[in-house]
Design a protein around this ligand. Structure first.
Ligand code: E4P
Length: 218
């Protein structure tokens, strides 16, 4: 499973990259705003800064809601850097734009997916990634993991190459469960990645090894 980090924070991205296990980054307009990145030129520059920090795909979301606007914005984003993936909303216009970009071999990520039918459409339009939002479904007492299982089954039935990018991951068990059901990629905050490192028995074991070594090597 690929690990993406879901943030526009350069420090967090650099920390995940330094671990050596990072495969890419996802951003969205809310995450950019959270870092205080506003204004077209600053936003475009920030995407390039992110691409220069990591080796893999970097999803950059269009803000336009109409087809022409999405194409204009998406082409501008794709021209920024070879690692850019054009992130498009799951709407009629977004699906049309996804087909436009996939026909031109520009990578796409269809975002805000909350049903298996939407994921099927994204795959039909040739999306590189489809992003079901796990955490936001869990937030409203709906089983987000079940949606990912359904999408996995549909994509496997027909050999769709669109990768299931489990998004809105909030914690380590989301990551582990996504791996168990075969999501291709997960994207979450730094804590959902670094949290995987932790186990109290590891800490106790290390303390014991250190103490025993020191006893024997005084
Ligand atoms: C996906 O690409 C989105 O940026 C993201 O995962 C949304 O997560 P949230 O529901 O925690 O805002």
């Amino acid at each position: 499973m690929k690990f993406f980090i879901d943030t526009a924070n350069l420090k967090d991205i650099a920390e995940a990259q330094a671990l050596g296990i990072l495969d890419g980054v996802t951003t969205n307009p809310s995450l950019m705003a959270k870092e205080g990145i506003t204004g077209k030129n600053n936003i475009l520059k920030h995407y390039v800064d992110i691409c220069n920090l990591v080796d893999g795909d970097v999803s950059a979301e269009v803000n336009a809601l109409d087809f022409e606007g999405m194409i204009k914005e998406g082409e501008e984003l794709a021209d920024l850097h070879e690692q850019i993936v054009v992130k498009l909303p799951m709407t009629k216009e977004g699906i049309k734009a996804c087909k436009y970009f996939s026909d031109r071999e520009i990578k796409t990520n269809v975002t805000l997916i909350f049903s298996a039918g939407q994921a099927l459409l994204a795959a039909k339009a040739g999306a590189t990634y489809c992003s079901p939002f796990l955490g936001r479904l869990d937030d409203i007492s709906t089983d987000g993991l079940n949606l990912i299982e359904e999408i996995r089954q549909i994509y496997d039935n027909y050999g769709f190459e669109t990768q299931i990018l489990a998004a809105s991951v909030r914690h380590t068990m989301h990551v582990v469960n996504c791996a168990k059901i075969g999501a291709d990629v997960m994207t979450g905050p730094l804590s959902s990645i670094t949290g995987l490192l932790k186990h109290p028995l590891t800490d106790i074991g290390i303390a014991q090894f250190v103490a025993d070594y020191e006893k024997g090597n005084k």
